[in-house]
Design a protein around this ligand. Sequence first.
Ligand code: NAP
Length: 357
Amino acid sequence: MRKVRFGIVGTGRISDWVLKGAVLEPRFEAVAVCSRTPEKAEAFALKHGIPNTFTDIDRMASDPSVDAVYIGTPNDTHHDIAIRCMDHGKHVLCEKPLASNALEVREMIAAAKRNGVVLMEAMISTLSPNFRMIQEKLGTLGKPLHYSGTFCQFSSKHDKLQAILAGKDPGPVPSSFNPDCSGGALMDIGIYPIYPMVTLFGKPKGVKADVTTLKVPVSDGSMKAIDIQGIVLFGYDGMSAQAMYSKIADSRLRTEISCEGGILSLDQIHITRQVDFIPCGAPTSGRSSGPAVEDITVPCDPDEYLCEFREFIDVLESGRLESVNNCLGNSLAVAETMDEIRRQGGIVFPADPIPLP
Ligand SMILES: NC(=O)c1ccc[n+]([C@@H]2O[C@H](COP(=O)([O-])OP(=O)(O)OC[C@H]3O[C@@H](n4cnc5c(N)ncnc54)[C@H](OP(=O)(O)O)[C@@H]3O)[C@@H](O)[C@H]2O)c1
């Protein structure tokens, strides 16, 4: 079996996390890591048994011993790094969101097409075994009527952000809250309920967003708005949909897809580990009778990040250039939808065209 030889870009927490899943895929091999500093590259290489280190992305991307690149850097850097790697003929698996905005996504898609390489957004939610099971089950449940997706997670960077805002920490604002890095709640976690919705039902026709923002200091010395949570209604023909996301509040609300034949109830949308099917007519009180709720969960992968490497390598081996669930059309539709949410919420990134279309 020929292994796909990966170069890893960025030595932060996410690169560390995904590698634990990637190494469970027998066709995966990490052969290089690129960091902005040699010390971090070497420490990461030592920790993960990676033979080659780089501090220059073009040098890693032009190395013939690298087949593909995984990009685990802040959102504003994805577009430039990905295009440079693709122009050197490398396949690219890029962290979510694929880029800062739809314009950048279009440019990345053009680069993938002109170089004949695979470009895939590393969105695990739509590749997990339970999501694939839900997709099949949906085909048996008649018309979809309502989608309600939730991902609310109190941020581990919240205290640092508060200290910066109180003048007790000189900063900079962490990338996930920083407009300079194309951060914010929507880009960081709001994408998790939205990408699966687009994969299942296509791009919504309408968007109505209610976004909570605050102002944070950015690199030019000014204060700029960033979103910390949001609730969005989406318009579809014959069905309604909503997404709720937050980086300042936790929630244990399940994600639900209601259809004519019943409800699919997911423990969480970003990584679905448990699914109930509630048939139409199932009792809602102890005195009613009707069909029983079924636990239809399928076994999960041993690591949640394994699925994105398995999918990426399957696509490469099949000779296709795109994943079915994480296809470029879905990534673009998600980016366009998120651009509209940001436009309504007044969130602007330095990477954006002015005005945001
Ligand atoms: N799939 C998931 O579950 C998941 C979870 C969290 C985050 N993410 C995504 O992963 C990406 C990184 O997020 P994060 O919170 O880990 O970001 P981060 O900690 O700010 O940065 C990650 C790494 O990127 C490199 N980096 C930082 N700034 C850079 C720059 N200006 N140019 C090039 N490289 C830079 C750094 O590595 P070096 O110092 O080695 O250069 C850093 O450790 C984001 O796109 C985020 O949405 C995904």
